[in-house]
Write a new protein. Sequence first.
Length: 95
Amino acid sequence: MPVTSKIPQSAAPGLPSDYRLIEQEESTGHIRYTVKCLRPLQLCPHCGGVPKPWGSKATGRVFADFPRGTTTVDILVIARRGRCTQCKATYLQEL
């Protein structure tokens, strides 16, 4: 059964300042760090228009990290979805 814990930002050395460590889940042979991207939404990649947040759910992307001995480690990055106010295109936050 996974164990979820709230941990301080200092528990993930090397994490860029525009990401926040939200939680760490540990189960037998696996660790998952969940981080949230704090950068504002970038301009629309289609037309350069101004974005607004779109939808109520954030989308996660999983990245593999170096294993720690026999334990696999991955990082779940939570990104927001934006919608252009001009061309109405939707897109994910740049990570």
